[in-house]
Design a binder for this molecule. Structure first.
Ligand code: KG4
Ligand code: ZN
Length: 341
């Protein structure tokens, strides 16, 4: 029998300080997340300098807790993995430096992981039968990508956002209608009390790139609607606007994904990233995929937003491929998916 591969994985690319212990890529032994959301809320978004400082304060504690929760010692680990991009450079550097120090001190192989590869791999944790090839929609605060997952670690992006990411649109609209940061979960909640047909917001198409997304026009349409209500002295119904905006985002994401699934002939579809925890998006995909006979996969909300377990899942397949990084591993804020440095 092959020896178990135990990976200690670190994630610090944005505002979550996270570490996890993952066994053989799919079994999460621990998953510790220190969320900085409360700290950034009063600024209406993530403040990079504050994020880096808090990561420094918390990282050792979070790593120790991950080992403790897994009931494992550092000496029992097979490798150490860390997100090295994309993300906020100062935030990434904290995780990368911690991982390098542990790799050196405990003599463990070091594996740098792409953050989006982590999000996609979150699907492997609870869907033991899921294997590539499949199509994946990655929708987070920084990314909106339609990705062909051709094999483990082999990706082709067939659609991307031209401006705002889906999560960014949620956050900006939430701020405009007074819900605050982070917008996604708040809009999700408030929308349940609203009428999604109350206001018709535009569903943007991007000229010659049919799988690309554009959300900035939608955001402007919401702002214009708010302004015009104000000028006319009409009362603004927050729940209706939230629900109508959310419906516009969901419609575009579903339409693009279903078109791509049919064009490329995939029978398996997964979603990933913070926005993938949106209840209305999940429901819409469940219905659309069922109608088309496509198997639909999604992670639990805790594995949708940033976490260490997803990095451990991705790292396992990189480890199996023989990927190892040296102590010259650096944070790469604009790392491209599929690119190896
Ligand atoms: O994946 P993630 O934790 O961080 C990035 O890598 O960007 O995603 C965070 C984003 C935020 O924009 C947040 O508003 C959005 O995911 N989000 C949601 C929901 N939960 C988080 N958006 C819509 N509905 C949700 N339930
Ligand atoms: Zn993320």
């Amino acid at each position: 029998m092959e020896k178990d591969v135990l990976i200690l994985a670190i994630e610090s690319s944005c505002d979550e300080t996270a570490a996890a212990v993952v066994k053989n890529g799919r079994e999460v032994l621990s998953n510790v997340i220190y969320s900085q959301i409360a700290l950034h809320t009063e600024y209406g978004g993530v403040v990079p300098e504050i994020a880096s400082r808090k990561h420094i304060e918390k990282i050792n504690q979070v790593i120790e807790q991950a080992l403790k929760d897994a009931d494992k010692k550092l000496s029992e680990m097979t490798a150490i993995a860390v997100t090295y991009g994309p993300g906020l450079v100062g935030a990434l550097l904290v995780g990368v430096s911690a991982a390098k120090a542990i790799s050196f001190a405990a003599d463990l192989p070091l594996i740098g992981v792409h953050h989006i590869e982590g999000h996609i791999s979150a699907n492997y944790i609870e869907n033991k039968e899921l294997e590539p090839p499949f199509l994946c929609l990655v929708v987070s605060g920084g990314h909106s990508h339609l990705v062909e997952v051709k094999d483990y670690g082999e990706y082709k992006i067939i659609g991307r956002t031209r401006d705002d990411a889906a999560g960014e649109a949620f956050d900006k609209v939430a701020r405009a209608i007074g819900l605050g940061y982070p917008g996604g979960p708040k809009i999700d909640r408030v929308s349940k009390e609203g009428n999604s047909d109350a206001v018709h917001f535009p569903r943007a198409k991007v000229g010659n790139a049919e799988y690309d997304f554009s959300f900035s026009g939608l955001k402007s349409a919401v702002l214009n609607h708010l302004n015009s209500c104000q000028m006319k002295g009409e009362e603004v119904n927050t729940a209706d606007i939230a629900a109508s905006f959310q419906k516009a985002v969901v419609d575009v994401l579903v339409e693009h994904s279903m078109d791509a699934l049919s064009r490329y002939g995939y029978k398996k579809f997964a979603i990933a990233g913070g926005v993938a925890s949106n209840s209305s998006l999940r429901k819409a995909f469940e219905e659309a995929c069922q109608k088309e006979g496509i198997a639909f996969y999604y992670p639990s909300p805790v594995y949708c937003t940033d976490n260490g377990a997803m990095i451990g899942a991705a790292a396992y397949y990189e480890y199996r491929k023989g990927v190892r990084h040296g102590f010259d591993l650096n944070a790469v804020p604009n790392l491209k998916l599929g690119e190896r440095l």
